[in-house]
Design a protein around this ligand. Structure first.
Ligand SMILES: Cc1cc2nc3c(=O)[nH]c(=O)nc-3n(C[C@H](O)[C@H](O)[C@H](O)COP(=O)(O)OP(=O)(O)OC[C@H]3O[C@@H](n4cnc5c(N)ncnc54)[C@H](O)[C@@H]3O)c2cc1C
Length: 457
């Protein structure tokens, strides 16, 4: 029997997986031998929640293809490449199929694997992507990439085609070998973590029923479950955006939801053209800004990570991240603004922390979500927004329920007063920390530092 080899990456789905469909088409017997590799050096850096959610994704994929998935753990990047070559050559095939990745790590990985396979006489064929429109292909009239979201969105909207791929009913899986290894996370899962393609479909169905119609109104409310919670599934490729877009109509909620999906595609495009913006300032002048360092800065960074800054909305967000591996988008902006503009720390410090903890970690959306908020990213001019963490709390958690949910020390305070415990005689009754900085003063400081880099330009 001649199976086609298939390398699963961040495309852990069967539906609308163009590369997988192509693998089945390529095989004369409609048989595919799938494998997935875990790089131990990367896995060990993940928080327990992130590690368990990745394992849940892999388990779900294994279940859906009837145990035929070969999973191997390798020590590092070099070993990863060698293991792909070993697995593919053991099958005696001349071609390996996989989904093309567009982030710097994915690109480097597929380049390394492609070269090593070529030396072994095997062709790596990369097909499709995890995007409705492949990053790098939406261009302005003059052939250059977009730097601003709205015109990108319009061009993107006009360029995607709703083509679906499914796997034929006579498709068969071939197990590469009987090995199946999974690494053990350093800590047990704090709660039952669900993931995978079937769970993504269930999540989408619930979202359509529960919140999509009000998405335009509710998506910014931290205290409501007004968003889809599909980010983990999109980041791991458990659902393809085309699957979502094909089910959306023209109601205000649906139109805004499409716009949010387009932000993900925009950031993937921006990162594709600017790979250095993963770890560096998209707007270079922000590298010249004065940032704080030293013991006080370190202590403040730690307070931020621990959800102990004394600003309820910031702390609730950071605790939500730690406890659940996810944070509401509005609150991501609030905590990111606080780190950069109130604590004067570099966006990368925050982005690294998010990377270790977010189960929906996505290199492009994370780096550019941070850079947008820091003011150094796309769409920043002409505003230099400094979020007021208290006002944001009143607006997007109007009854204080979100804060009370994640901060037990503030549960004794009723209603919206929870956003300013310093105004209450009993505000600090249960040990909630006092504010580590004064927002009004730090806002002025941040604007002054912005002036310095303007003057130097
Ligand atoms: C500082 C910061 C860091 C972020 N890091 C990540 C990250 O690592 N991974 C990630 O997937 N998203 C990231 N985001 C974007 C956004 O916060 C999440 O996508 C969203 O909160 C996920 O929840 P949801 O699936 O319920 O979103 P929904 O509101 O239901 O949106 C649907 C989908 O659209 C996409 N989307 C929505 N908003 C954005 C946005 N602003 N930018 C890019 N894509 C968006 C996501 O794929 C999301 O799943 C970040 C935002 C900020 C401000």
């Amino acid at each position: 029997m001649t199976a086609t080899a298939f390398w699963f990456r961040r495309d852990l789905r069967l539906l609308n997986n163009l590369a997988l469909a192509e693998a089945f088409d390529t095989s004369a017997e409609k048989t595919v031998a799938p494998f997935y590799l875990i790089d131990r050096s990367e896995f060990d850096a993940l928080s327990a929640i992130r590690a368990h959610s990745l394992l849940a994704s892999i388990d779900s994929l294994r279940a859906s293809i009837g145990d035929a998935l070969t999973v191997r753990v390798v020590a590092n990047r070099d070993e990863y490449v060698r293991e792909v070559v070993r697995l593919v050559t053991s099958l005696g095939v001349k071609e390996l199929l996989a989904t093309r990745m567009y982030d710097p790590h994915g690109i480097a990985q597929q380049n390394d694997v492609g070269l090593a396979l070529r030396d072994a006489g095997v062709n790596l064929r990369l097909v499709g992507s995890n995007y409705a429109v492949e990053p790098g292909t939406v261009l302005k009239g003059d052939g250059t990439p977009y730097r601003v979201y709205t015109p990108f969105y319009r061009a993107w909207l006009a360029s995607y085609r709703q083509e679906h791929t499914t796997i034929a009913s006579d498709a068969r899986w071939h197990k590469v070998d009987s090995s199946h290894e999974l690494p053990a996370p350093s800590e047990p899962a704090p709660f039952k973590i669900r993931a995978g393609e079937a769970f993504a479909a269930e999540t989408l169905a619930k979202f359509k029923k529960r919140a999509l119609h009000n998405y335009d109104e509710d998506r910014n409310r931290a205290d409501l479950s007004g968003t889809s919670h599909l980010s983990h599934a999109l980041a791991h490729g458990e659902i393809h955006p085309i699957t979502l877009l094909s089910q959306l109509g023209e109601s205000p909620g649906e139109i805004v939801f499409v716009k949010e999906l387009a932000w993900r595609e925009f950031y993937a495009d921006v990162l594709y053209w600017n790979p250095d913006s993963l770890n560096d300032y998209y707007e270079p002048r922000f590298a010249k800004m004065r940032y704080d360092s030293g013991a006080t800065a370190e202590a403040r960074l730690q307070a931020w990570k621990d959800g102990k800054t004394g600003y309820p909305m910031v702390d609730a967000g950071m605790r939500q991240l730690k406890q659940t591996g996810w944070m509401h988008n509005r609150v991501r902006m609030i905590v990111a603004s606080f780190l950069v503009k109130d604590l004067h720390l570099e966006w990368l410090d925050g982005a690294k922390h998010f990377e270790n903890l977010l189960t929906d970690f996505d290199p492009a959306s994370n780096a550019h979500g941070w850079q947008w908020t820091a003011g150094s990213g796309t769409d920043a001019s002409p505003y230099y927004r400094v979020f007021n963490p208290v006002m944001q709390g009143y607006k997007f958690d109007p009854n204080g329920d979100y804060v009370r949910k994640f901060i037990p020390e503030l549960r004794h305070i009723d209603g919206k007063d929870v956003h300013e415990p310093w105004n209450l005689i009993h505000g600090y009754l249960n040990g909630y920390p006092e504010r580590i900085v004064d927002h009004a003063a730090e806002r002025e400081e941040s604007l002054a530092r912005l002036e310095e880099i303007k003057v130097r330009d």
